[in-house]
Ligand binder design. Structure first.
Ligand code: ZN
Length: 338
């Protein structure tokens, strides 16, 4: 009988990986959700899939050794990755230019081959939601809608403990809802990262808020290079900065309110860097959301994400534990050819 079968459950762990366009982070997570170590490296985002995979494999290999040194028994690798991920196959269906050459990558199979462990992959926003639903802002909720407002606008719906992935792995793309806010002064739809126009991401994401500020402030916008800097200017009383944040937040609020009418989740969790701007963002967001909600949704809890930067790797770890638990048990040797 393999020794691992004799281990008490608390000694098992998995390696959770959060693979984003800027950095790749990985951590050792045990079955109780305790994070034993975290390491990260910049993602070589423009160097191609082989380099991106090599960075992930390097981090995971290091953490596997560390986990074993800590007396833990690694059982699997879970990966939350940017892009549209076919979670059944563990492969990358498509990805934006933020990860060059990422589409078509057999992500889970590559990690499994290089670690000797089962590996599972899911989109990083679903991973974030799994983390919050396990240990964070939506822990214990029947269903949870997570919306992340940052460099893009993404989402994930958990039903009965599992993210709804969709028939083509695309489910959750909250950023690509039509928004009446996503138009310029001339009524032209603002271009969106997906190649369409007039979508909520084109007005609500961090880069979109920065672009809007530049249009509103004209020459006075010079020097502002990020939504964070626009937030700082808003805090200092710059009216164009306040307006850019207000419109972006209102667009997000209207979209999330409409989604809540459609989905009626137990709780809505809001994550992403833009939502960290405090009341500047939350006040117009909540106002637009409440204006949109149908009356029976008056009491809908809408709360900030609670797990911080490790949410997606913890959620990727949870995915791995769940897949291990639902995997058909390897047949005993005497029955394997029955
Ligand atoms: Zn779009």
């Amino acid at each position: 009988m393999p020794a691992a079968k004799l281990m008490p459950p608390a000694r098992r762990c998995v390696i959770g990986v959060d693979l984003g366009g800027t950095k790749t982070a990985a951590g050792i997570v045990d079955a109780g959700g305790t994070l034993h170590a975290v390491e990260s490296r910049p993602t070589p985002a423009t160097a191609g899939a082989a380099a991106i995979l090599a960075t992930a494999v390097g981090l995971v290999t290091m953490l596997l050794a560390r986990a074993r040194a800590l007396g833990l028994e690694p059982a699997a690798v879970g990966i939350g990755s940017a892009g549209v991920i076919d979670s059944r196959e563990g492969s990358v269906v498509s990805a934006t230019d933020s990860l060059t050459g990422w589409a078509g990558t057999p992500l889970a199979a590559h990690l499994a081959q290089h670690t000797g462990l089962p590996a599972y992959a899911v989109n990083d926003v679903h991973a974030h939601n799994l983390g919050e639903h396990w240990l964070g802002a939506s822990a214990g909720a029947d269903s949870s809608l997570l919306v992340a407002v940052g460099t893009g606008v993404g989402g994930s719906l958990i039903l009965a403990g599992e993210p709804h992935l969709g028939a083509r792995a695309v489910a959750g793309h909250v950023g690509h809802l039509a928004s009446p806010y996503a138009h310029d002064d001339g009524g032209r739809a603002l271009p969106c990262s997906c190649g369409r126009a007039g979508h909520v991401e084109a007005i609500a994401s961090g880069p979109s808020i920065l672009n809007l500020y530049r249009r509103l402030a004209g020459e006075a916008a010079s020097g502002a290079g990020s939504a964070r800097e626009v937030a700082a200017r808003a805090a200092a009383g710059d009216p164009a900065a306040v307006r850019a944040f207000t419109l972006g937040a209102a667009a997000a609020g209207q979209a999330v309110g409409g989604l809540a009418n459609v989905l009626d989740p137990s709780v809505v969790v809001i994550g992403g860097g833009v939502a960290e701007a405090g009341d500047l963002w939350w006040a117009p967001f909540r106002a637009a959301l409440r204006a949109e909600l149908m009356d029976p949704l008056d009491g809908l809890p809408v709360v900030p994400a609670a797990l911080g930067t490790n949410a997606a790797l913890v959620g990727a770890a949870r995915l791995a534990f769940d897949r291990l638990a639902s995997a058909p048990t390897a047949p005993p040797l005497e029955n394997s050819h029955a």
